[in-house]
Design a protein around this ligand. Structure first.
Ligand code: BGC
Length: 883
């Protein structure tokens, strides 16, 4: 019996996924070991068509001597389309013991070559509606089946959003297909296992198609049809019969189309649904559709069809309202208790024709009235017209709302609490992190960060989920990605988005401000476009997977070359449009742009992106590029010093953001760094322990303070309760992160309507500092193969605990102060990793592990001592230190 096992097999970060079109899927597993210090010495992967591995083995890696247990690329013969592949793994330890084979896991391929689509694109023929309504399309077809269907898959996509129904029920619980991509270049299709929904005899498929991102209103100018004018659908249903033969049903000119009860659906504006127009059984077999129009065959879009890449969106949780409020104006308002994104599911019993409306908003105004000013033109309104009779339940189909408060009309107050439920919708990302500490306000801050992520990770990373914006702002995504990667596994989510970023780059490498690009937004700002480089690099760091670097390399390089072509000096970026330190508090009156010079910020990001590109080239073995970009980086650093640092080494622009950036990205000469850090600290102290930084400086502020020995000040900044600070909004009752430090001012008034989101994750980037510095979980090698555990224990907290489910398994740190100044620290290090654990203790101090002296300890691989720390190199396992 060996004392280690292999489990948690995954393919491209997903468990048993369907519809994968990756030709070299990446296989990962985790190891549990009973003893400390487990290292994998070798592995073997087998891939087969059957879960017993009894027949043909498709690929046998044989025993491979390697400590890699994540992202092993499939290297067998070319994969076949629409095929299930099982795989299993066993591993060896350093003593030559081998584990049992893991339980099998699988992935199923989608279409792997062009030309497999036999379906036609179909659309509704043009119709003239009486009102200004723009009803959604209902599409359907009937077919009969023999009784020996053993498996069935639907592949479906649309121009616009769609919901698929099979025999009267939703095909599954996923929402917002086909997802948002740069539609004119890349369009995703989804795979559904519908085996259990079909039956012998009559069957039907139905689909609702609405405007969504493709054709609906987007951005703030009231424009629609950004990607195309005509909604359309394409579906291909494959069935395998027990004799091995196949049957196919496709979308074609025999499908029928009609409008129906869903009279309007827009992402920003909500839905209008007239239940009196319901067509019972429309997606079930035998429905009388002779009055429906015949579907029109339309031209296929030019975009490449790709299998769904990220996890789908779903209703992830539901919450009940905490109160019904009657406002001073007499409005009836539900309080969900949480600023959330998704929709409300409600049940009413009323006479036919009763109009129920739900209007959604984030906050009440200072008098307690319902307030929608900050939504700008987004109506976020559900209008439901009752059918009458039985109780009727409704929830939106193809629209989502960002809200805490719901103003309801048409429903008696006493029905509200029990029959209205908040459905929280976001991309179904695996939660991976948790952070808690002894300060409840900071715990609420972490809660708000997490909810900012939930609300803004609905298929793409958005700036905000409520007003007429909800776009994939590159800068916001870039500043938040590291924090996001603690809270959830974000790889497939960002891999997809980064492919769209690359697709939307012009030949000169410019990066649009928002991805997918919505033409009115513009392109090329420093710290926004740099998402092209920073995001892939961050993913590589956090997950150790070079695929994203390989895929994005041309895009990363193109961005740096774009910058190089700007500026009136090859090594400075001092031209073009920039957002600067967006929303910095040192901005001039009436400006959104902080005081730090834009060319300083731009040159910093030029340097940083170039440095990361050079590192990426080195990782990918592109040595010439690596050298060239290292050289370019040196030149930019030199030019930066000449332009933005005085001859005596002082940063010429004395702003917090300028100091932070220069320090964060190592742009100053070594000897000038401590002094600059001191100036930064003084600046903050002189401001009464307040920050003045905006989008660009804030994410790094506390990290820089901690790195240069000012952790104590970083703690005070984070614990600052007065405006501006992270806790100010918490004290004002925020349940998500605000766009402005003073979204609600002390007197209860608001920041101006024109740009005031209460669900904007950018400043939530402080989560990175909480996990890394307070919790002490950091990485020394990509993917946390080598971990650094170094909590910086603040005076103000008596305990903190952080955990992260890394690709290797769970990393955990839990420290608490004991009597007599001692600290207890429990650490969990996953198998097949090592950790450098830094313990703040003076020479001669007692350090015990599980009551024993350190030199007795199993798992200790090495130890170093400095004046104030012990640095232990540890193998995997559970440890409990007191010092
Ligand atoms: C968005 C931001 C974005 C910014 C660009 C705003 O409207 O909401 O978060 O980064 O524009 O400066």
């Amino acid at each position: 019996m060996t004392h280690f096992t292999v489990s948690d097999l995954s393919v491209n970060y997903r468990k048993n996924p369907l519809g994968i079109d990756d030709l070299r899927p990446r296989l990962s597993w985790r190891i549990s070991a009973e003893t400390r210090g487990f290292v994998q010495n070798a592995y073997q992967v087998q891939v087969a068509y059957d879960p017993d591995f009894g027949a043909e083995i498709v690929w046998d890696s044989q025993k491979v001597e390697s400590d890699r247990s994540v992202h092993i690329e499939y290297q067998g013969p070319a994969l076949k389309s629409r095929t299930r592949y099982y795989f299993r793994v066993r591993v060896w330890d350093r003593q030559g013991n081998v584990s049992a084979w893991s339980a099998p896991a699988y992935w199923e391929t989608a279409f792997l070559s062009a030309g497999e689509w036999q379906a036609s694109w179909i659309a509704a023929p043009p119709r003239s509606e009486e009102s200004g309504d723009e009803p959604c399309d209902y599409m359907r077809t009937d077919f009969t089946l023999p009784d020996n269907v053993v498996s069935a898959r639907v592949y479906a996509t649309s121009l616009g959003l769609y919901r698929l129904y099979v025999n009267g029920v939703p095909a599954d619980d996923t929402l917002f297909g086909p997802g948002w991509t740069s539609y004119n270049k890349r369009l995703q299709y989804q795979t559904y296992d519908v085996t259990s929904l079909l039956s012998a005899g009559d069957n039907a498929l139905g689909c609702i198609v609405g405007n969504g991102w493709y054709r609906g209103y987007l951005a703030w100018e009231g424009k629609k049809e950004h990607f195309g004018k005509t909604r359309a659908l394409m579906i291909q249903l494959y069935m395998t019969l027990s004799d091995g033969s196949e049957r196919i049903i496709v979308s074609d000119g025999n499908w029928r189309v009609s409008s129906g009860p869903l009279r309007m659906s827009e992402l920003y504006h909500g839905e209008t649904y007239d239940a009196r127009l319901e067509m019972d059984g429309w997606s079930s077999p035998g429905f009388a559709d002779q009055d429906w129009a015949k579907a029109m065959i339309t031209n296929p879009p030019e975009s490449a069809l790709v299998a769904q890449e990220n996890e789908p969106a779903r209703i992830i949780e539901t919450i009940r309202p905490i109160a019904v409020v009657t406002t001073p104006k007499g409005e009836t308002v539900l309080d969900m208790g949480q600023n959330m994104v998704g929709w409300v599911r409600f049940t009413v019993r009323a006479e036919a024709g009763t109009v129920v409306t739900l209007q959604h908003a984030e906050v009440l105004d200072r008098d307690g009235n319902f307030y929608t000013g900050n939504l700008r033109s987004a109506k976020q309104t559900i209008t439901y017209i009752c059918r009458g009779g039985e109780a009727e339940t409704f929830e939106p189909h193809l629209s989502f709302q960002g809200f805490r408060y719901v103003k309801v009309t048409g429903v008696p107050q006493d029905q509200l609490l029990e029959s209205f439920i908040g459905c929280v919708i976001h991309t179904d990302l695996e939660p991976t992190g948790s952070f808690r500490c002894s300060d409840e306000l900071v715990n609420q801050l972490q809660h708000n960060i997490l909810w900012g992520q939930k609300g803004n990770f609905l298929d793409i990373p958005t700036d905000c989920p409520q007003r007429d914006e909800r776009l994939g702002w590159t800068g916001d995504a870039q500043v938040f990605i590291r924090t996001a990667a603690f809270n959830m596994n974000v790889v497939p989510f960002f891999e997809k988005w980064l492919k769209d970023l690359a697709a939307d780059q012009e030949a000169d490498g410019r990066v649009p401000h928002v991805i997918p690009d919505v033409p009115i937004a513009g392109y090329g700002s420093a710290a926004w476009g740099d998402a092209a480089v920073i995001c892939p690099w961050t993913l590589y760091q956090c997950y150790g997977d070079i695929r994203v670097l390989e895929t994005q390399y041309p895009s990363m390089k193109a961005w740096v070359e774009y910058i190089r072509a700007q500026g009136d000096d090859e090594f400075l970026w001092n031209t073009g449009f920039h957002f600067g330190d967006w929303l910095g508090l040192d901005a001039k009156e009436n400006s959104y742009i902080g005081a730090t010079p834009k060319d300083l910020i731009a040159t910093v990001f030029y340097a940083y992106s170039t440095e990361l590109l050079a590192k990426t080239a080195a990782v990918l073995g592109k040595n010439e590029d690596a050298k060239a970009y290292e050289g370019l980086h040196e030149n930019i650093v030199r030019a930066f010093r000449k332009e933005f640092v005085t001859p005596n080494g002082r940063v010429a622009s004395p702003t917090q953001t300028a100091y932070v950036l220069a320090l964060m990205f190592d742009l100053l000469e070594e000897q000038n760094r401590p002094r600059t850090a001191k100036m930064l600290a003084e600046h903050i102290e002189e401001n009464g322990v307040h920050l003045t930084t905006g989008f660009v400086g804030t994410p790094y502020l506390c990290l820089v303070l901690s790195r240069f020995g000012y952790t104590e000040l970083a703690y005070r900044l984070v614990l600052q309760k007065e405006y501006p600070s992270w806790l100010y909004s918490v004290i004002q009752g925020a349940t998500t992160i605000w766009e402005h430090w003073d979204g609600i001012k002390q007197d209860g008034s608001f920041w101006s309507d024109d740009m005031n989101s209460y669900n904007h994750y950018a400043y939530g980037a402080i989560g990175d500092w909480l996990y890394r510095v307070v919790g002490g979980i950091d990485l020394l090698e990509p993917g946390y193969k080598k971990i650094r555990i170094q909590p910086q224990i603040g005076e103000q907290f008596s305990w903190a605990e952080a955990s992260l489910d890394s690709v290797y398994g769970t990393i955990k740190v839990d420290w608490s102060k004991q009597d007599h100044g001692a600290v207890k620290m429990d650490v969990l290090i996953p198998a097949n990793t090592t950790a450098e654990v830094v313990i703040p203790a003076n020479q001669g101090d007692d350090i015990l592990e599980n009551g024993e002296r350190l030199d007795q300890m199993a798992g200790l691989l090495g130890m170093e001592q400095t004046a104030q720390t012990y640095i232990l190199l540890l193998g995997s396992g559970n440890y409990s230190f007191t010092f």
